[in-house]
Design a protein around this ligand. Structure first.
Ligand code: NAP
Length: 492
């Protein structure tokens, strides 16, 4: 059955910025090329720069040419793009924008449907949302949706304030909070791997799983985002959103149906069951680190404190490792270890599920342990799964089993990249599917969990460890697992 193409105008606030250029324009282009959207769409760019529509179109064209191997039909594609310069804090400009949207609605037959994509600094979110409502831009015959980028607040009180401002203009079901990890193919596949395989779900509990590890490491340092990062750090930038979202998907109960509400409700239950870490206990559960100078391959790398726009005495963490406990029947006693950082040895997002040891060791000498079974879910840059099993190898006559790896690589299978996360999320928003966006309840619970940790760190209640650039993080993070008799599994 062919699905009808969604119809909508997409207004991008911050259309001259980095996100629009690197992610949004190429994603919309791919949606058109892949025939997910047809002719009934228009994109209106808003920013202060006094560009003309022609200049805007040529920028869109450049962005696509620089990010795609092949770029055809560019002229036809960019003819759907319009530019409307104004300062979003100026309420009178919204009326003019409304006039343009109404006109384009007629030209492209978009049935009054509007997406307002806020690709701008969060301090503008509330103002834009309220002006859109006040000046009647959300008042059409069709639907209006608001897409918001991270960060959603700085802590629970600021997130709550931001949410209240937005909710004055939009209902919860009109708000699409982006967590681009939820658009990633293999993050979406966590549910499929778990709930569509007789092999895994019966084992997915504290009887058979020893621990679960989620790693998201970057090779890059803070680059030119020092100013932003100094006020954020890895805990707010990565843990509050992406890492906790992956934990929720790994730990949730099977939903009764694959609907947005049912899935969200199961994720929320996991976040509610996360054992809160009190300020005084933070150092037992969380390690923060900051990269020092180091070397990767033959490149010398500077310390975080020597990066541009970073304080010489910065206490900002560029690395976090943590041990999370989920107090429910399924997971009691199973640690979920998370770690994320910049300037690490590998660019990799991976989940490792370590199964418990077999009850008796027949294959190794006394004192030696049989290598555990591991299920590894590769999120990026590779996509796929690996299963580590033990099998006897004939050529080895020692009589003991050897670990073997069964690899299923999505990249390899398809021969093409799976759709870019933003492409999926924009398409989902156009179709009104909010499953892979974060609900306010998830945001609030995540901040409640994270806030005492950042409070403790601000008060200096835990040391800031250092790790050399190009390593896998501070030694203290290894010790965190060692105390439980566990170890990080390599990610490369
Ligand atoms: P950016 O490059 O700094 O772009 C900001 C945009 O806002 C520019 O187009 C700027 O254009 C516009 N702008 C600023 N003040 C304005 C005003 N008063 N009125 C109208 N337009 C104004 O930022 P970005 O990197 O694209 O990030 C945008 C949002 O996405 C942020 O919330 C960020 O945290 C989030 N995000 C970005 C990335 C990424 O990869 N870049 C990834 C995840 C999340 P003018 O200067 O022309 O006005």
């Amino acid at each position: 059955m062919t699905q009808e193409h969604p119809k909508s105008i997409i207004v991008i606030f911050g259309a001259t910025g980095d996100l629009a250029k690197r992610k949004l324009f190429p994603s919309i282009y791919r949606l058109v090329q892949n025939e997910k959207i047809g002719k009934n769409f228009a994109v209106v760019g808003v920013a202060r720069r006094p560009w003309t529509t022609d200049e805007f179109r040529s920028n869109v064209s450049d962005s696509i040419q620089s990010s795609m191997k092949e770029s055809k039909d560019l002229e036809e594609f960019t003819s759907h793009f319009y530019y409307h310069p104004f300062d979003v804090t100026n309420p009178s400009s919204y009326l003019e924008l409304n006039g343009l949207l109404t006109e384009l609605d007629g030209t492209y037959q978009t049935e009054g449907n509007r997406i307002f994509y806020l690709a701008m600094a969060p301090e503008f979110f509330g103002t834009i949302a309220q002006n859109l409502k006040k000046e009647g831009l959300t008042d059409t015959n069709g639907w209006s949706r608001l897409v918001i980028e991270k960060p959603f607040g700085h802590d629970l009180p600021s997130a709550r304030k931001l949410n209240q401002e937005i909710r004055e203009a939009f209902n919860e079901n009109q708000i699409y909070r982006i967590d681009h990890y939820l658009g990633k193919e293999m993050v979406q596949n966590i549910e499929v791997i778990r709930f569509a395989n007789a092999l895994f779900e019966p084992l997915w509990n504290n009887r058979y799983i020893s621990n679960i590890q989620v790693t998201s490491s970057e090779i890059l340092g803070v680059e030119d985002r020092g100013r932003y990062y100094e006020n954020s750090g890895a805990l707010r930038d990565m843990v509050q959103n992406h890492m906790l979202q992956m934990v929720a998907l790994l730990a949730m109960e099977p939903p009764i149906k694959l609907t947005t509400d049912e899935i969200r409700s199961e994720k929320v239950k996991v976040l509610r069951a996360l054992r809160a870490v009190a300020e005084d206990e933070v150092s037992q559960y969380f390690i923060r680190g900051q990269y020092g100078a180091g070397q990767l391959e033959d490149k010398q790398l500077v310390a975080y404190r020597d990066e541009n726009n970073v304080d010489d005495n910065s206490q900002t963490e560029t690395y976090v490792a943590g041990k999370l406990l989920i107090d429910n029947f399924r997971w009691a006693g199973v640690p979920f270890y998370i770690r994320t950082g910049k300037r690490m040895a590998a660019k990799s997002t991976k989940i490792v599920v370590q199964f418990k040891d077999i009850p008796m060791n027949l294959y190794y000498k006394k004192g030696e342990t049989v290598p555990p079974n591991l299920l590894i879910i590769h999120i990026q840059p590779e996509e796929g799964i690996t299963l580590q099993l033990n099998a006897k190898k004939d050529e080895d006559e020692s009589g003991i089993s050897k670990p073997v790896k069964l690899d299923l690589s999505n990249n390899f299978l398809d021969g093409i990249n799976t759709p870019e996360a933003y492409e999926k999320l924009i398409y989902d928003c156009m179709r009104g599917d909010a499953t892979n966006f974060t609900h306010w309840d998830e945001v609030a619970l995540s901040w409640s969990f994270v806030d005492p940790i950042s409070e403790a760190w601000t008060k200096g209640k835990a040391a800031l460890a250092s790790y050399p650039s190009g390593s896998m993080g501070p030694k203290e993070a290894d010790d965190l697992l060692k105390e439980d008799g566990n170890q990080w599994w390599p990610v490369n």
